[in-house]
Design a protein around this ligand. Structure first.
Ligand code: NAX
Length: 328
């Protein structure tokens, strides 16, 4: 008998929502043995557009899709939720200070955390995509004290996937040859895409690249600034690739990472690698039986230590800022 899972998507009428919902409904998020009930959360002005997307979902006659509910009420959207994809967020507009941005997003992620706390299923898993993703996840998590903290995660998988492709292009190998490439820290320009543990076949990636200048001045900035490059080229921010990464993140979390493979997920720190406990920071993880574990015992070289410290310092600043605003 097929299981049935409640999946809530916020910002469902947005561009990532449009690229994400059809893949969830077709079974790519949870697998072909899992039926899906979709809950779409939007702001009142965008409910009609979400209804349009729901009409198209109906028109696909997906065998696994059991139903679609659309609401502008967080309590209704998260009641009984098993998988929550928090995509909707307040973007930074011209002239907006960082404090204003954090405050506006606090106004979204605080009530959503409370609604998850009040109504979510015991096995709820939360992925925050909406930016600033790590800190939005922290806000939601802090307002859901009855949910185990480790169920709140933020997305760095798009950064990881971007890094895989950049390295594959450089070495002219298929991406499938590469394993254990890691993103550390914040989903922002300070993120650290780390090649030191990556392998290509059975060889160390850094040794194969053999070009520290390329790593520091091409690879890392290309990955970190790829979002801006997409906006420059497309005239709109990454959407299908972001949706694809959200699918990868949740699929690995629920179904496990492949043997010998790691995934990058921003998760509440347990103090590993000197990252202050509780900060939602990206780490290499291994997923098994529906749980993730931070990969332990890696040797962190001096260059990596500096990069990780810088991105973690930014996360601490964001945490302190939302604390000072009374958001956590
Ligand atoms: P869009 O502006 O197309 O869509 C956002 C949607 O969210 C809108 O339909 C809006 O009505 C809705 N929304 C706003 N407040 C809401 C609320 N309180 N409850 C429910 N819905 C609400 O943005 P889109 O391109 O889809 O991007 C969504 C978010 O993903 C943005 O914050 C963006 O910065 C972030 N991204 C994160 C990435 C990551 O790797 N973590 C990469 C892609 C993307 O930039």
């Amino acid at each position: 008998v097929a299981r049935s899972v409640n999946v809530t998507v916020t910002g469902a009428a947005g561009q990532i929502g449009y690229a994400l919902l059809f893949r969830i409904a077709s079974g790519q998020l949870l697998g072909q043995d899992t039926k899906v009930r979709l809950r779409l959360l939007e702001i009142p002005q965008a409910v009609k557009a979400a209804e349009g997307t729901a009409m198209e979902l109906e028109d696909c006659a997906f065998p696994l899709l059991e139903g679609i509910d659309i609401t502008d009420d967080a309590k209704t959207a998260f009641d009984g939720v098993n998988v929550a994809l928090l995509v909707g967020a307040r973007p930074r507009t011209k002239g907006m200070e960082r404090g204003d941005l954090l405050e506006a997003n606090g106004g979204i992620f605080k009530p959503q955390g409370e609604a998850i706390n009040a109504g979510a299923a015991d096995d709820v898993r939360v992925l925050v995509v909406g930016n600033p993703a790590n800190t939005n996840a922290l806000i939601a998590q802090q307002h859901a004290p009855d949910v185990p903290a480790e169920r709140f995660t933020a997305m760095t998988r798009l950064d990881e996937n971007r890094a895989y492709s950049q390295l594959a292009n450089k070495l002219r190998v298929p991406v499938t040859e590469i394993k254990r490439l890691v993103i550390w820290g914040n989903h922002s320009a300070t993120q650290y895409p780390d090649l030191t543990h990556a392998v290509v076949g059975d060889r160390n990636a850094l040794e194969l690249v053999d070009d520290q200048e390329w790593v520091e001045n091409t690879f890392i900035p290309t990955v970190a600034k790829r979002g801006a490059a997409i906006i420059e080229a497309r005239g709109a921010s990454s959407a299908a690739s972001a949706a694809n990464a959200a699918i990868d993140h949740v699929h690995d979390w629920v179904n496990g990472t492949a043997e010998g493979q790691w995934a990058s997920m921003a998760v509440p720190s347990d103090g590993s690698y000197g990252v202050p406990e509780g900060l939602i920071s990206s780490f290499p993880v291994v997923c098994k039986d529906g749980k993730y574990e931070i990969v332990q015992g890696l040797t962190i070289d001096a260059f990596s230590r500096g990069k990780i410290a810088a991105t973690v310092a930014e996360l601490e600043e964001e945490r302190d800022a939302v604390r000072n605003l009374g958001l956590i």
